[in-house]
Design a protein around this ligand. Structure first.
Ligand code: G6P
Ligand code: ZN
Length: 545
């Protein structure tokens, strides 16, 4: 194995966003050392790599295999001792997180642009996870970025491509490269957390049925093996199960708009008990019952309230956490359980310290992410198995479980309106104007609401004391409601302006209202304050969740 030192140059736009470096695939294809530059920057920032283990895989999107070959050769040239690579170049984000933890790896590189479309005209991305299995915190990503702006060389081994499809071990000049089954370690972990025996009984007897939409993304093989293989769900319970480089031309984002086939099934005459979908890299989840959609915020609250039904969580929860724009439904459960509830900025990385310090067991975000201390990423299939466990253990329909939950805790009506791909300048100008209005808001009346407080959310990490500012405009209203404005940190085109609206309803006779109607006054107030429609010339949001 010969090691070559080759020339590269800084690319000014290699600043990682909410979740790694995510760009149009063309940016990677057309700039000859774009990937190499960023990967070498990561490696340069990791002090003790010699002999250490690195986990490598991706969500299978276009360019996954080619990029992986380059990264393997660079990792070998940079002195790693062991490379664990998912067969076919595949590893879901939560499975990679688990492997890093289980095999005490220094970290891992996951190739994914999550729920963004793939293909030459789609998106590609690369993210680094640290030794706790979680996404690299900001002090790392900042360092990667700084390094990417100054390097001029990268190291690479000159060798043939590795056969990614055959399981087995390669010895390469003192380093070991192992092509591993991407599913088995993860499946073993799931079997420890959930009541597989009871779930198998319910699925094979037909008492409970499931439809899981893998959206032609990475969870296909995981769901097939676990749901149909280990738990005995009938063949065909997992749909769109084969990972494709372009996700079958779809948008691998599990929401009501993009998971169309699943949604039609769940609202049709032969709907199974539980419907679920996951995204490109397997960390998001959407949960549906028969003719019923569970919002991610409600899902988190319900998992917290019913966690004792799953063996892995029977001992109780230490605490819970949610991102700031996530609804406050879980806060009420935490109150009832007498455990702390933390409010963090958007982005899974903010849960890492809380999980590592044992302050929380469950956490989640409105953006279809839920997870626990079993890994350091959100975990799509885990959430689905958790729901399945609860449905089986309770003998209840999904809708019944949720409605009972509302009767017990009250309902947090919740919606998110997204204005996608608006001009960047406009997005920032809207946010700036909102920020300027903040001081005058408290005490002001808006229709039936009064503003109680308003701020630009900032977070002090209770574990390491680090402070993160500018995380979204938050307006707290009386009677209990919230209005939140934020720019997306994951878009690759212009800016995406998000409005989150929430109203708490304790009245047990008013739990079945239409969400958009019951939030109409807040939706109008959001326009009054931001004037987003007027300033973008749009009629309304691109996506309503
Ligand atoms: C990624 C992160 C999530 C985060 C989401 C926010 O998916 O992994 O933790 O909630 O981005 O996306 P946004 O587009 O709202 O910044
Ligand atoms: Zn994802």
């Amino acid at each position: 194995m010969r090691i070559e030192v080759r020339q590269t140059r800084p690319y000014p736009d290699q600043k990682p966003g909410t979740s790694g470096l995510r760009k149009k695939t063309r940016v990677f294809l057309e700039n000859p050392t774009y990937l190499e530059n960023f990967v070498q920057a990561i490696f340069d920032c990791l002090p003790d790599k010699a002999g250490k283990t690195l986990v490598l895989g991706g969500d299978g999107r276009y360019h996954n295999r080619k990029a992986l070959q380059t990264i393997i050769k660079m990792a070998l040239a940079n002195g790693f001792g062991t490379l664990l690579v998912g067969q076919g170049g595949l590893l879901s984000t939560p499975a990679a997180s688990h492997l890093i933890r289980k095999y005490h790896a220094l970290g891992g590189i996951i190739l994914s642009a999550s729920h963004n479309p793939g293909g030459p005209d789609g998106d590609f991305g690369i993210k680094y996870n640290i030794d706790n299995g979680g996404p690299a915190p900001e002090k790392y990503t900042e360092a990667f970025y700084r390094r990417s702006q100054e390097i001029s060389e990268y190291r690479i081994a000159v060798m043939d491509d590795i056969d990614l499809d055959t399981l087995g071990e390669h010895q390469l000049d003192g380093a070991t490269l192992r092509i591993i089954d991407p599913v088995s370690d993860y499946a073993e972990l799931m079997a420890q957390l959930f009541d597989f025996d009871r779930m198998r009984q319910a699925l094979t007897s037909g008492k409970v049925s499931i439809c899981f939409d893998a959206m032609h993304a990475v969870t296909g093989p995981y769901a097939k093996r676990i749901l149909e293989g280990q738990l005995g769900a009938p063949q065909g319970s997992v749909i769109n199960a084969v990972p494709l480089e372009d996700f079958g031309g779809g948008h691998p984002d599990p929401n009501l708009t993009y998971a169309r086939e699943l949604v039609e099934k769940m609202y049709g005459p032969d709907a199974p008990t539980l419907g679920a979908a996951s995204d490109g890299d397997g960390d998001r989840n959407m949960i549906l019952g028969r003719g019923f959609f569970v919002t991610p915020s409600d899902s988190l609250a319900l998992l917290a309230a019913n966690a004792h039904r799953a063996p892995g969580y029977r001992a109780g929860l230490r605490g819970v956490a949610r991102s700031m724009p996530t609804s406050r439904a879980v806060d009420r459960v935490a109150d009832a359980l007498g455990i702390p509830c933390y409010e963090t900025p958007t982005g899974w990385k903010f849960f890492g310290n809380l999980l590592d310090a044992g302050k929380i067991t469950l956490c989640g975000e409105e953006s279809f992410g839920t997870g626990s201390d079993h890994v350091r990423e959100k975990d799509g299939l885990w959430a689905v198995l958790f729901w399945l466990n609860i449905v089986v253990a309770s003998g209840q329909e999904v809708a019944t479980l949720v409605k009972d939950h509302w009767r017990r805790f009250g309902r947090n009506y919740y919606t998110r309106h997204d204005y996608e791909a608006i001009p960047s300048d406009t997005g920032h100008a809207i946010m700036d104007d909102l920020r300027r209005k903040l001081p005058e808001l408290p005490g002001q009346r808006f229709g039936s609401f009064t503003a109680r407080a308003a701020d630009d959310f900032s977070y002090t990490d209770p574990v390491d004391g680090s402070v993160t500012t500018g995380q979204g405009i938050r307006i707290l209203l009386e009677p209990e409601a919230r209005l939140i404005f934020r720019l997306s940190g994951t878009g690759t085109e212009g800016a995406t302006f998000r409005i989150y609206m929430e109203r708490y309803e304790p009245d047990p006779t008013r739990l079945d209202l239409d969400t958009q109607e019951t939030l109409a006054e807040l939706i109008e107030l959001a326009e009054t304050l931001s004037q987003v429609k007027q300033r973008t010339g749009r009629d309304g949001p691109t996506v309503i969740t």
